[in-house]
Design a protein around this ligand. Sequence first.
Ligand SMILES: Nc1nc2c(c(=O)[nH]1)N[C@H]1C(S)=C(S)[C@@H](COP(=O)(O)OP(=O)(O)OC[C@H]3O[C@@H](n4cnc5c(N)ncnc54)[C@H](O)[C@@H]3O)O[C@H]1N2
Ligand code: MOO
Length: 402
Amino acid sequence: MRAVPTKPLSVDDYRARVGALIRATPVTLLPLEHCVGLVLGEDLVSPVSLPPFDNSAMDGYAVRSVDVATPVVELPVAEDIPAGRTDVVPLLPGTVHRIMTGAPVPPGADAIVKVEDTDGGEERVTINATAAPGTHIRRTGEDVAQGATVLRAGTVLGSAQLGLAAAVGRADLPVHRPVRVLVLSTGSELVEPGEPLRHGQIYESNSALLAAAVREIGGEATVLRFVPDDVTAFHERIAGHLDKVDLLVTSGGVSAGAYEVVKDALTGQGVDFVRVAVQPGGPQGSGLFQGLPVVTLPGNPVSVALSFELFLRPALLAAMGHQVIHRTRVKARAAAELRSPSARRQYRRGRLEGEVVTPIGGPGSHLLASFAAANCLIEVPEDTEVVAEGDLVTVLVLDASR
Ligand SMILES: Nc1nc2c(c(=O)[nH]1)N[C@H]1C(S)=C(S)[C@@H](COP(=O)(O)OP(=O)(O)OC[C@H]3O[C@@H](n4cnc5c(N)ncnc54)[C@H](O)[C@@H]3O)O[C@H]1N2
Ligand code: MOO
């Protein structure tokens, strides 16, 4: 057993420390299918116009507007232009071409009459409506002009942005590549989910949580099989992996017990073990082990989740080029009283509905079910020991859709 360091770091100071540890990922060309959620590294300039040519917005007939100025008229159908026809078929006066949506408007035509306004004829067609010049024609470049910047560096790539990149002909994009995180849980009590449990054992859940949290923000996670509280096993497990990742994240083995494997393995090896003035998530460690950034989280599942939220998520997002790295913060009225330890910032799980936040579960860092039911965190400042029902509190929105 060991003494615990006395002077805790503030949440903000520790967040800055972890942020400074994790290096920005390089900008790399990746296929579009691997770019979802990543950040564009350079402006995207369109090599083409969109639409690339004047085309029909309707299935119908390409006409000269003067030929249909007085309905009803019957005209010969000279050509059929399905979408994808690549030759050019000029329209002669007094004739029409049948045309489909997306097909190029022939030279000479200045309007489209939709098929519903005709008898649908294939040799000759009866047209029952007039069409002013330009009707149902989508003009070259009206969406995107050739040479225009369509996406700025720093844009987060979602479905709309990736659709646009493909539309202007890009198969890949320069993006900040995903951060690569190695995840290792420690603890002799741990058992792989799916296997039988004996008294004194628990299922290993921190790796699943951490890997998913990394992937949710666009990172890559490699999960190593957990190790018991054994320093040799710890070093053997990580050997051979350290040069393939940007960061090692461990859970467990960092507090004040007799078997603190992570602390024992990494003390004096470039990793500092500290206390942060936060509940949960107090015992923390971070530093460079053999040149690799390492962040060691306390083992309790909610401490892991909260530590990821507060320290790792902003650092990893920043490393991948994101400008928005913090959760949305709102003010809400507490639906129940809360108590918090003095001189520590407490994060309680809650459900935010409109302007009211209801705390769920207690403050215990083992209460994973209430974390999973929460859609927000309630932040109780260091100098607040009691939040009364109806008080305004700061809330971090985790998932606005729940
Ligand atoms: N004497 C003291 N005891 C403790 C202190 C302290 O200051 N003095 N701090 C407490 C706090 S706060 C925390 S948080 C924990 C952190 O301890 P460790 O990081 O050493 O974590 P463990 O002891 O290994 O585990 C804590 C808890 O979490 C469970 N656990 C661990 N790993 C996993 C996993 N991968 N999946 C699921 N659950 C896991 C473990 O069974 C323990 O119940 O220390 C307190 N004690
Ligand atoms: O810091 Mo521990 O994470 O409160 O439970």
